[in-house]
Design a protein around this ligand. Structure first.
Ligand code: ADP
Length: 531
């Protein structure tokens, strides 16, 4: 049959197989909201009626500035299933970027968590495309606001009908829009289709990939504004798994550990920084999270020391690689039984890999001359991908089918395991040879005194660039000096990769998606005087 894949089909399915399965949300004030998929979809239909009543055009972009909670979940369904585009906006970006993104997308309506109302108020004069502002709260939670005709989400839903006939949509129709944080220039919009979102979810749910099951309790720490929490609002519903949405307290490791314990979470996802916080908290509080068996680390390279630390807490931290332009997952490293037969060193190397491509994603590596690179797990090259959920261009720009340049450098081994060795812009070119910052960081992080590490290339009069090590120590009173660190690194990385100097910070700068910002570090150490 010629049957369109779409968000409405995911909803129909979850309503049938998981009507009574829960969706739990934690609020800022520690209140917990819980309801079932069936109850959620009643409100999703009400929300679709609200969008119609507000005369939001059938193909409009609907902007959200929201945390992971049940209302944001409802938007993820009502907006695309009614034909509109769910445009999730990262509220942690600079105000000018948020303004640029809303203007570029020409959002018709904005759904805003009350916490972000001051941000939107400060930009309101520029946001000429926006006809409606809706606060994501109940009537008695509505703060005083300077926004014209600020509407209240719960008031709107309270009077809306709860039946709705979902339109039959072409599967190639736009469904979501997410801007990458844009390490250079303005943020770029990535538009995803219904087809792309459904196929991505099906592939991610295969057993050797993320492989969610109905018995899972899934808690995305990664925000829905970061590529739909890596697909979770859709992919959990696709198997009828319980969802736990951590809300604004996601950076509070104590609150997250309590939530994992209270809801018996079995699977979670987040960037390495969040896992480092949780691991430290577990060590300090001597608590356990026995239900959590597996979790994804993604979005940035994860040091081996963190995978090992989470392993000691009983959690297999599995590497997932992807990017906004891939909706977002491209590869996954699910722990395989045969890893247990490897010797320790090989196993360490294996779990660090970025995993095998999901079915549907094709990968190739090219050298500087554009020639194919051997898949021997050693030679590295520029990673290119193609497939039905790889973006063909950016919103408002030309599109092109074919291979998409990821901007990452990687190796591929004979079993299809890919490993990201660096981002092209983070590679260090010293005396004409490339140095991989990620490998040095990984080696440094094995030192017990180091809490965080980043290696950047800094201009050097003789070698054009040399690696500078920037670290945060666990105990600044007993910080290892440069000489001790070099002695520690010798033999673990090539001799000419050894960082020429070391700088100490109290905290590393992070991007709006929680990754270490090497761009900020490069700016900070731009005129560095080598010792
Ligand atoms: P942003 O540029 O806004 O951070 P993305 O979240 O799309 O946007 O970032 C994608 C990039 O993050 C990838 O190209 C890659 O460099 C990095 N990345 C993602 N997952 C991993 C991973 N598991 N290991 C190493 N790097 C990763």
């Amino acid at each position: 049959m010629n049957f369109n894949l779409g968000i409405a089909a995911i909803m129909r399915y979850a309503d049938q197989v998981a009507a009574d399965t829960e969706i739990v949300s934690l609020f800022a004030d520690e209140r917990v909201h819980r309801y079932t998929y069936r109850q959620a979809f009643v409100r999703v239909r009400q929300l679709a009626n609200v969008l119609d009543e507000l005369n939001v055009p059938g193909d409009a972009r609907v902007g959200t500035l929201a945390w992971n909670d049940h209302r944001h979940f409802e938007l993820h369904y009502a907006v695309p299933a009614s034909g509109r585009v769910c445009h999730t906006i990262n509220p942690k970006l600079f105000a000018e970027q948020v303004s640029y993104i809303i203007r570029h997308a020409q959002d018709d309506v904005l759904f805003i968590d009350p916490q972000f109302l001051p941000l939107v108020e400060s930009l309101q004069a520029e946001l000429t495309s926006v006809r409606h502002f809706v606060a994501l709260c109940a009537h008695d939670e509505l703060p005083p606001s300077g926004l014209p005709n600020l509407l209240c989400y719960e008031d709107l839903l309270a009077t809306a009908a709860d039946s709705y006939t979902w339109p039959e949509l072409d599967e190639q129709r736009a469904c979501g829009l997410c801007y990458t944080s844009g390490t250079t220039g303005n943020p770029k919009g990535v538009l995803t289709s219904h087809r792309s979102t459904v196929l991505h979810g099906m592939a991610q749910n295969m057993a050797d990939q993320v492989g969610l099951r109905a018995i899972d309790v899934v808690m995305p720490l990664v925000p829905m504004f970061h590529v739909n929490a890596w697909g979770m609002p859709y992919n959990a519903a696709m198997v009828g798994a319980k969802l736990v949405l951590p809300g604004p307290r996601v950076g509070d490791a104590g609150a997250m550990v309590k939530l994992i314990r209270d809801e018996a979470v079995t699977f979670s996802l987040g960037v390495p920084t969040l896992w480092a916080n949780i691991s430290q908290y577990l060590n300090a509080s001597d608590q356990q999270i026995p239900s959590l068996k597996r979790a994804v680390t993604g979005g940035a390279a994860c040091p081996l020391s963190l995978i090992q630390a989470m392993g000691q807490h009983g959690v297999a931290l599995e590497n997932g690689w992807g990017m906004t332009e891939m909706n977002p997952m491209g590869s996954y490293n699910r722990y395989q039984p045969w890893y247990d037969t490897m010797d320790e060193e090989d196993r360490d190397r294996q779990v660090l890999k970025s995993g095998r491509a999901l079915f549907g994603v094709e990968m190739r590596l090219l050298d500087e001359a554009g020639e194919p690179v051997a898949h021997d797990g050693i030679a590295s090259g520029a990673l290119q991908v193609r497939g039905p959920w790889v973006s063909s261009g950016y919103y408002g720009q030309d599109t092109r089918d074919g291979w998409f340049d990821t901007g990452d450098v990687a190796t591929l081994d004979s079993h299809g395991y890919m490993q990201i060795t660096d981002r092209i812009k983070d590679l260090i070119k010293s005396g004409g040879e490339w140095i991989c910052s990620v490998e040095i960081e990984n080696a440094v992080m094995a030192h017990p005194g180091i809490a965080q590490a980043a290696v950047i290339g800094v201009e050097h009069p003789r070698w054009s660039e040399r690696p500078l090590l920037v670290i945060v120590c666990r105990d600044p009173e007993h910080a290892p000096d440069h000489r001790e660190l070099i002695a520690f690194l010798e033999g673990k990385i090539p001799k000419w990769w050894l960082p020429d100097a070391c700088e100490y910070l109290r905290e590393l700068p992070h991007t709006a998606t929680g990754k270490v910002s090497k761009k900020s570090l490069r700016e900070q150490f731009a005129n560095y005087a080598w010792p």
